[in-house]
Design a protein around this ligand. Structure first.
Ligand code: NAP
Length: 248
């Protein structure tokens, strides 16, 4: 067994590809979801059918009580966590800032920033040698939006990913001597439902053509570097933000 991993938002998109690959690499997997129960339960069953250990757990990562309950369930079901992928996220509806609703912006900030911090906080409490833990790895899913800014689309989303980058750098330094590495992967344009959910399904093809490598990315192309950052091969890497964007 490689370890015990929690993938937030692990039922669909990049999270599902990451959870599937982690199981293939020998991790016992907790697949978190917010509302789409069917894909998360199906993926957990698929992993168990192949002889792995997995369970799906519903929790809104923006809610402290639900995050605490999820980590308690993880402790019971799979044992001490060794790896966390902070993947759950959303962009909100594409628009200019002056046309966006404050409550929609607030929700994106709460999920993309508070969610990452709350889950990392619970993970550090368990992984840190300061608390008797055996160490671990955290990978936060950022976005190239953090540096592009995405004007006219969702500048608030870009700002949340900028926060994820700063958090990654700071937390990595804070816990480095306690056996925990913290890195981020910043995807470019990846084929998932997030674009249609933002109200612009055509964005994938349109922006995909402008990528230097000439196409959008697939979820597996994000999962691979996430698992690599968690591996022994990446043992000297912490506080890094790895762009996986086809050169964008
Ligand atoms: P996706 O297909 O829309 O999946 C989003 C996942 O996040 C779903 O599993 C969803 O759960 C979960 N989620 C949303 N709100 C949540 C909450 N409050 N609590 C727990 N889970 C929640 O999106 P994706 O493209 O795979 O995105 C995954 C991550 O990659 C996000 O952080 C996103 O910002 C980042 N990213 C994506 C792209 C891209 O082009 N796709 C580019 C850069 C960065 P349910 O299944 O229950 O709805």
């Amino acid at each position: 067994m490689t370890g015990v991993i929690l993938v937030t938002g692990g039922g669909r998109g990049i999270g599902a590809a990451t959870a599937r690959l982690a199981a293939k690499r020998g991790y016992a997997v907790c697949i978190n979801y917010a509302s789409a129960v069917e894909p998360a339960e199906t993926l957990a069953a698929e992993i168990r059918d192949r002889g792995g250990r997995a369970f799906a757990h519903r929790a809104d990562v923006a809610r402290e009580d639900e995050v605490e309950a999820m980590f308690a369930a993880l402790d019971r079901e799979l044992g001490p966590i060794t790896a966390l992928v902070n993947n759950a996220g959303l962009s909100g509806h594409i628009s200019r800032l002056d046309a966006a609703k404050p409550e929609a912006i607030r929700r994106v900030v709460e999920v993309n920033v508070m969610g990452v911090m709350l889950c990392a906080r619970e993970a550090v409490k368990r992984m840190s040698s300061l608390h008797g833990g055996a160490g671990g790895v955290i990978v936060n899913i950022s976005s190239v939006a953090a540096s592009l800014g995405n004007p006219g689309e969702y500048v608030w989303y870009a700002a949340t990913k900028g926060a994820v980058d700063s958090f990654t750098i700071g937390l990595a330094k804070e816990v480095a001597k306690e056996g925990i590495r913290v890195n981020a992967v910043a995807p470019g344009m990846v084929a998932t439902e997030i674009h249609a959910a933002g109200g612009d399904a055509g964005r994938l093809e349109r922006v995909g053509k402008t990528v230097p490598l000439g196409r959008h990315g697939e979820v597996e192309e994000i999962a691979e570097p996430v698992l690599w950052l968690m591996s022994h091969e990446a043992r000297y890497i912490t506080g890094e933000i790895l762009r996986v964007s086809g050169g964008r």
